[in-house]
Design a protein around this ligand. Structure first.
Ligand SMILES: Nc1ncnc2c1ncn2[C@@H]1O[C@H](COP(=O)(O)OP(=O)(O)O)[C@@H](O)[C@H]1O
Ligand SMILES: [Mg+2]
Length: 326
């Protein structure tokens, strides 16, 4: 059963058009001119129960606007969305108790009080049972290694510690659906990894459905089975991640280790395909259909060790953005 059903969702913003210079700002005071920015255009997709969907796209592509509509924070201009049978922007209580929205840039927790005090507040709001509430806090804070920080005012926590508290707050009421808008932004690698494994556990154990945006491709590849690529407000790709390689003629990465120093003149022909070199170790990017011929030619030059790998998924996605914009 689809838990999210989105149909031709569209949203624009009216923004104040600024003319250049001081004269511009003066005339702006007298007669305001507006410009319409189409942030999300005709977006349609579904999400199945238990799925983790990644939404990727460049800055300004419309990811946050989409998430805000789906979590009921914004009204669309046109289109429909149904989440667990509710219309998000009606913001019915049952809807709100079944979802959670975590934004990496904007915390929910009160700044001046310890996270634990905010958790108590959530306990009242969501009407959670004392015992299971305590059990959940204990378990989640242990998992994220923040048990000793529960009574520290949030303002005194590091960004990573704060985000861990934010995620506990987000899942405290066991939402069926979790929206995560750049949840790992600015976090160090260890904390990012911890957050990812936490989310994976939530998904596996409780079957929590998630919609996630992130600029860190590692978040996407290690969490999401499926991605939507959005460019200038429109969906340009929606499928399993592994499909990308087939659809967009991904290149291969060939790592070559030469037996001795190479005379660059020999490699002239391949100059364009060299991605990296470090002493005897070269990395080439080669079209899939040319790999065999490439390896044959290179090994004619001199003895080599080589391995063939796949092009990183982020490179392919970037190629897709570029192609779309051009
Ligand atoms: N509150 C707002 N007022 C005016 N324009 C906005 C507002 N929020 C977003 N936009 C514009 O809408 C477009 C999509 O933004 P956003 O959804 O935040 O993209 P993303 O999350 O993919 O970076 C951008 O052009 C952005 O400048
Ligand atoms: Mg955004």
């Amino acid at each position: 059963m689809s838990i999210i059903e989105v149909n031709s969702l569209t949203k624009g913003y009216r923004v104040h058009k600024k003319k250049a210079g001081i004269k511009g700002s003066l005339s702006g005071l007298i007669k305001r001119e507006y410009q319409y920015v189409e942030a999300v255009k005709n977006v349609s997709f579904q999400v199945e129960e238990g799925e983790i969907l990644g939404i990727v796209g460049q800055n300004g592509a419309g990811k946050t606007t989409t998430m805000k509509m789906l979590s009921g924070l914004l009204y669309p201009d046109a289109g429909e969305a149904r989440i667990l049978n509710w219309i998000p922007w009606e913001r019915k209580k049952e809807f709100l108790t079944n979802i959670s929205f975590l934004m990496g840039q904007k915390g929910q927790l009160l700044w001046d009080i310890p996270a634990m005090d905010s958790f108590f507040l959530y306990k009242e709001i969501y009407d959670l049972k004392e015992e299971s509430f305590r059990q959940t806090i204990k378990e989640l804070s242990k998992m994220l290694e923040v048990e000793h920080l529960l009574s520290v005012p949030v303002r005194n926590l590091s960004l990573g510690e704060r985000m861990k508290m934010e995620i506990i707050a987000a899942v405290l009421h066991s939402p069926k659906l979790l929206f995560l808008d750049e949840p790992t932004i600015g976090l160090d690698l260890t904390t990012q990894k911890k957050m990812r494994s936490f989310l994976n556990i939530q998904n596996h154990r409780n079957g929590t459905t998630m919609v996630l945006t992130s600029h860190y491709m590692k978040d996407i590849t290690s969490l999401c089975s499926r991605i939507i690529i959005i460019s200038q407000g429109e969906i340009i790709f929606d499928d399993k991640i592994e499909k990308i390689r087939h659809m967009y003629q991904a290149d291969r990465v060939v790592n070559v280790r030469f037996a001795k120093m190479v005379d660059e003149a020999f490699l002239k022909k391949y100059h364009e395909s060299i991605k990296e070199k470090k002493e005897l170790q070269y990395t080439f990017q080669v079209k899939q259909e040319d790999v065999n011929e490439f390896v044959r030619e290179i090994s004619l030059l001199m003895p080599v060790d080589f391995s063939i790998g796949e092009q990183p998924i982020e490179d392919i996605i970037e190629k897709i953005y570029r192609r779309d914009i051009e």
